[in-house]
Design a protein around this ligand. Structure first.
Ligand SMILES: Nc1nc2c(ncn2[C@@H]2O[C@H](COP(=O)(O)OP(=O)(O)OP(=O)(O)O)[C@@H](O)[C@H]2O)c(=O)[nH]1
Length: 260
């Protein structure tokens, strides 16, 4: 690959950064994409943009559902790898398309971005992690080739806080976590957010919360709406979050910058 496009979830750019990525990529040319830009506020977007610029990383914000950012991504990949053909010409070889590999955690929107760029559904994309199963090259025009790849996660998620955020954002498979535990933690996060808080949660689910927003809340919600099925109640809360029913909330913020 001449250039690697690393896609992360804009709601959790740190937790969707693979710990071995730097080692694997070495000096390879790299573009960082924060996809799902529609799911975070403008203030968070600006804060992340400034953060990554300070790290010297080229960052593109995108929306894999609507296609925003994809043309810029294509242009950037071609321009970053332009010297490939300069070198080939110097050796008397014919130019070839630039090869860009798209990598990232499951469900962050890799295939959707390719489909949007190509304006065709060339790569399977669906709202669940683990859809892409094999490497697939697709051609964009005559001078760019894109490689779609299956989502990758570390063998072992040692950072539990990151693992929970991946589960909340649906970036790891459902079978790898307990849906009720994750929904309980999400409720505890939401109840502490000034923009949401206990009243909004009680009102949305019509559950009298008795000031405790944990498993008890899910039990009450399950009795109210799902015949006592706590898993279903947990899915409801998680899906409401994922669909933006509480507003678009970033689960991570960049560390504060202190000028030297
Ligand atoms: N709201 C929103 N949804 C998106 C965006 N990009 C992708 N999606 C949705 O997210 C889901 C996952 O997208 P995919 O393109 O399949 O993700 P992937 O990274 O290829 O997933 P794997 O095959 O698991 O590696 C799909 O339902 C997309 O419609 C985005 O920018 N915003």
């Amino acid at each position: 690959m001449d250039v690697v496009i690393e896609v992360r979830d804009a709601r959790i750019p740190m937790s969707t950064s693979h710990p071995q990525m730097d080692l694997w990529l070495g000096n390879r040319k790299r573009i960082l994409v924060l996809n799902r830009e529609d799911m975070i506020s403008t203030a968070d977007r600006n804060a992340w943009a400034a953060f990554f610029v300070r790290q010297g990383l080229k960052v593109v914000f995108s929306n894999g559902q609507l296609g925003m950012g994809t043309m810029k991504l294509g242009r950037l990949a071609k321009s970053l790898a332009a010297n490939v053909n300069v070198k080939r010409r110097a050796k008397g070889l014919l130019p070839r398309p630039v090869r860009a590999g798209i990598v990232g955690y499951p469900n962050v929107g890799k295939s959707s971005l390719i489909n949007r760029l190509l304006k065709r559904r060339m790569c399977p994309a669906a709202p669940r992690p683990g859809v892409t199963r094999e490497l697939k090259w697709v051609r964009f025009g005559k001078d760019l080739e894109l490689l779609d790849s299956p989502g990758i996660i570390p063998m072992r998620l040692t950072d539990q806080a990151a693992a929970i955020k991946l589960a909340i954002c649906d970036d790891i498979g459902e079978r790898s976590y307990d849906v009720t535990d994750v929904a309980t933690i999400l409720l505890q996060m939401l109840v502490r957010l000034p923009a949401i808080g206990p009243e909004a949660l009680s009102k949305r689910y019509r559950v009298d919360a008795d000031s405790y927003f944990g498993k008890t809340f899910l039990d009450k919600l399950s009795l109210q709406l799902f015949n006592g099925d706590v898993d279903q109640a947990s899915f409801r809360v998680l899906n409401d979050f994922r669909k933006g029913k509480f507003g678009w909330i970033s689960l991570e913020r960049p560390p504060k910058y202190v000028a030297q």
